[in-house]
Write a protein that binds this ligand. Sequence first.
Ligand SMILES: [Fe+2]
Ligand SMILES: [Fe+2]
Length: 350
Amino acid sequence: MDAYTLPEAAYRRLEAMVDRIEADPGRSLRPEEFDVDLDTSRVLSSLPPGLTEEDFVGIVKLAMLTECATDTYVHEISSRAREFRASWLERFNENVWKPDEYLHAEPFKRILLALGFSEAELDREIEETQAREFEHVGGDSPIHVTTFGMVQEYLTDHWHGLISRLLRPSMPAAAAMTARIKQRETLHMLWYRDMTAMQVEANPDFVREVADELNRFRLPGNSLIPDLQSQAERWMPLMGGDLSRIVREMVRLLHTCAGSPERLGRMAMELASWKDVKLGLLRPRHLDWAMNLRGGWGYGLVGEAILERAGCSYLFKAQPKEETREGIAERSRALVRTWLSKQLPVSVTA
Ligand SMILES: [Fe+2]
Ligand SMILES: [Fe+2]
């Protein structure tokens, strides 16, 4: 078991958070919501340039098959929660997340049925996916699991949003069903984000575990449906996906988890992609001494540079100050920060 400790008060806060989620899990899905007539007559002729009929089917299948493996994910998460005696995580997983996720594959299955796929064929593919082994390459502790959950829910939310947008002009009813699933994923992502932030607040050293999970992150589709998952990167821009938006939103999420630009900077310095960044002749690991100047001044600067690069500088920037000593110091800091932010490749923050 990895070292994982939190003060008692933090366990109580996490349990209380799950109590509140159990009491009000938001507007849950109902199976009747998906009893709608789906007209597929226009969808294939209205696909964006570069996206074939086969691609479209693959995109919807990737969503259906990723969503059908709920029991696999529940088993992986609950067994880890029990191992680390995180009953808050097990309760959330079993009582809130599982019943909600059970309905997520349904709209995508209905779209494929409306396109003419046989139910027996789809059920066979679902059973095959459910029987596959999910290869979890991340860490096992609750902070690893909630970080994984946050990123996975964020990316699923984004994927469903792209599908909904793709369907809106030609199959509005299917777009609306997909948007309902997307709403639930947004909520899951926010719950996992807040659980991660609460753990980091209680034990700031956990920024290392968050970075460790980000370094190892792989979507479950890579082991469950590799043939389809491997095409997602090609499909994404064709569906209107925008990498800079993903970067911006991920940086905001990680900043919330970290709780301050300084901790975001510490997290970033642990990221594998950051370790390859060159700053002139220097690499970040050469700058360790500078990072800890005056209580983490350097880490704060790195965190702010990342926020600035992702277009989120409003999260830390104050109003311009008068010509005081602090105003001049802030302006010099801003110059260094802006220079640093320009050295960062997009992948550092993705
Ligand atoms: Fe889902
Ligand atoms: Fe979800």
